[in-house]
Design a protein around this ligand. Sequence first.
Ligand SMILES: Nc1ncnc2c1ncn2[C@@H]1O[C@H](COP(=O)(O)OP(=O)(O)OP(=O)(O)O)[C@@H](O)[C@H]1O
Ligand SMILES: [Mg+2]
Length: 263
Amino acid sequence: METRKKSDGSSENIIELRNLRKVYRVGDEKVVALDDISLDIKRGEFCCLLGTSGSGKSTLLNLMAGLEKPTRGTIRIKGEAIEKMSEKKLAKFRQEHLGFVFQSYNLLPMLTALENVSLPLIFKGVPRAKRDKRAREMLKAVGLSTHEKHKPSQMSGGQQQRVGIARAFVAMPEIVFADEPTGNLDSKTTREIMELITRLAREHNQTLVIVTHDLQIAGYADRIVHILDGNIEKIEINNTRGGSNEEADNNNISSTDPVPAGV
Ligand SMILES: Nc1ncnc2c1ncn2[C@@H]1O[C@H](COP(=O)(O)OP(=O)(O)OP(=O)(O)O)[C@@H](O)[C@H]1O
Ligand SMILES: [Mg+2]
């Protein structure tokens, strides 16, 4: 099948990683967290990074999200090499295009649910009335209209994570990164949270990159990138997701050839 044109946006690589390497120094020791990673992620795709503890998943996600710099290699997001950006430009780029969901929710304890969700809009300079309206809509979308005034300590883990998700999506980022977003939740709540994240992302064709060691979560993704010892071990197209994985037919990335030819 012929690859669709970029003009309809459907085959655009929103993330392009080339020969990424990350080495940490701890005293005299070198830790190779990522060895040599090349990967393309398409707009609107749900990509899961799956691997055991210490395999390098969080390091890879943090590099993609601009939270850390690579030792070597390039990270292009929307065509821009983010590893070359100044801190100021990167901060603005992240505010405009990226959202984050953390395992430990990372909500500010003194702020209400509504205020926590509003934070990204405050940083973007959105006026009060508009951001309250938008934050309310997001809280409604995650089923927490009744908890606007609750502080994090007055909510369950699943509710706190739903606030975290509302905050990640409130500014309509093109890409949402999540590191073990259900790591602290039971399996029923995990299912609810995964269904919520995927529904929100599909509504606006947002790209999702989720780190997990959990096969149940990986099952929601279009593509599962297996990470082993800082490298891509294989890439699986998830045909069992159903409905929305037609990209798989057009994808020239196979499990034996993680990098498209000619790059
Ligand atoms: N800041 C750091 N300083 C030194 N070593 C680090 C640092 N961050 C990560 N590492 C090392 O890099 C490797 C990859 O770590 P990473 O956190 O990416 O793994 P992970 O796949 O996310 O694991 P987990 O599932 O346990 O979260 C590990 O050996 C880890 O000890
Ligand atoms: Mg991790």
